[in-house]
Design a protein around this ligand. Sequence first.
Ligand SMILES: Nc1ncnc2c1ncn2[C@@H]1O[C@H](COP(=O)(O)OP(=O)(O)OP(=O)(O)O)[C@@H](O)[C@H]1O
Ligand SMILES: [Mg+2]
Length: 491
Amino acid sequence: MNLSRRLGSLYGEQPSGGAAASLESSESDAAAATLSRFQEARAAENAQAATARDGDPQSTVLASEALGSLKERASAALYERLGSRLTDSSLDEEELHKYVRDELRLIVDAEQVPLTSGERHRLSSEIIDDVLGHGPIQRFLDDPEITEVMVNRHDSIFVERFGKIFKTEARFASDEALRKVIERIVSRVGRRIDESSPLVDARLADGSRVNAIIPPLAVNGPSLTIRKFGREALTVAKLIELGSMSPEMAELLRACVLARLNIIVSGGTGTGKTTLLNALSSFIPADDRIVTIEDAVELQLQQEHVVRLESRPANIEGRGEVTIRDLVRNSLRMRPDRIVVGEVRGGESLDMLQAMNTGHDGSISTVHANSPRDAIARLETLVLMAGMDLPLRAIREQIASAVNLIVHITRLRDGSRRITHVTEVQGMEGDIVTLQDAFLFDYSAGMDANGRFLGRTVPTGVRPRFTDRFAELGIPISTAVFGSLIPGARR
Ligand SMILES: Nc1ncnc2c1ncn2[C@@H]1O[C@H](COP(=O)(O)OP(=O)(O)OP(=O)(O)O)[C@@H](O)[C@H]1O
Ligand SMILES: [Mg+2]
């Protein structure tokens, strides 16, 4: 492991000096304490490293400048020697690494710059990170505490750690360097990015989700967003441990999935919708045939009886596009017991609602919305995108009869992600879809000294109507769930 990586994993992301900034408007004490710990640790490490090398801070700067320019020259020479080998996806990764290491040794030797073995090692690791890995963001990708890496521009990189967003000091040497890393990522999955197709969704070898966009669409230069694939799957048990849901809520949601309610998970961007959808899907019985439909596969269902479908963008000639909507329609002919759509964001919502209304109950999806009420409004808009020219009332009726439950997840200011609403869709009253919250987050409990919310998502005391279905189907639900006795509940 090279020095920068070691520092990265020792101290996590380096929100060093004044540049360290939480984007949350009211930064919590906990985050501030963590930050200052990072800063102190970083400063101490820097000082120690400087003294260990030559004891003189001034010469350290000079040495690092010299190393920097050597690194630049060596990288350029290496790129030149490697040529198209770098993006040749048929080349074995191990062979490529060996080739690169050998070439690099020759290049550095030819430079005839005296280097200590430590410097030499660090230089090679950094160049290899740049050329074969993901350059300066490699250490964030290696750091299990970091969940998202956002490269706004080559010199502006943010990361998410523990649900909070920090600016980092890391930077790519230039737009060109960033572009090379992007090209390498997308070519590995057989895609390309250039002026004629300037945006790409891809995945890293470990399953992390990548979006890259370059000029002319990205005005300030190439931009890269990586949603890291969690090494540890966030199961229901883990979500309970993290405080995202209570055991009672998990019991209710399990009963809802078993009772084949149609469920929409709603929430803002990056709040944990897909994660929650994945966790809820774990309640689907093993003998149900499940078809999952996604833009970029993220769901990891544990059941065996699963068919996974992924949509496809148009090719360079603008042909061959297969949309989520096409896949939802196709799935109806695949005899699914349950359809799980990663996210509805277009006309497919009409097909999804129709499927939910016509025998494919027990289906689950997510929608981007700020509240359960907003989720209904959003579904209305999405159905309009299907272009069927349906009257609003008809759309609302479809929604009201198709969707039984909305589970809303929020990323709170303290960085935690919690289910804040469990809301029943009861039906229509006049022209309005009626919603009834069964669980709500208790903001009134305030925060602790570290800025963490003390509240929990608590039952509102209103028993959802669908609990009658549990009794009919013999699905047990304990009295503790709603804090009061439910007819037919087990004690
Ligand atoms: N309950 C949770 N507690 C802590 N971290 C979580 C939780 N749920 C999700 N995460 C993490 O948050 C990040 C975003 O999760 P996820 O992809 O599920 O969000 P999303 O709402 O589907 O995002 P998008 O809007 O981009 O589709 C991931 O890194 C995930 O590991
Ligand atoms: Mg998602």
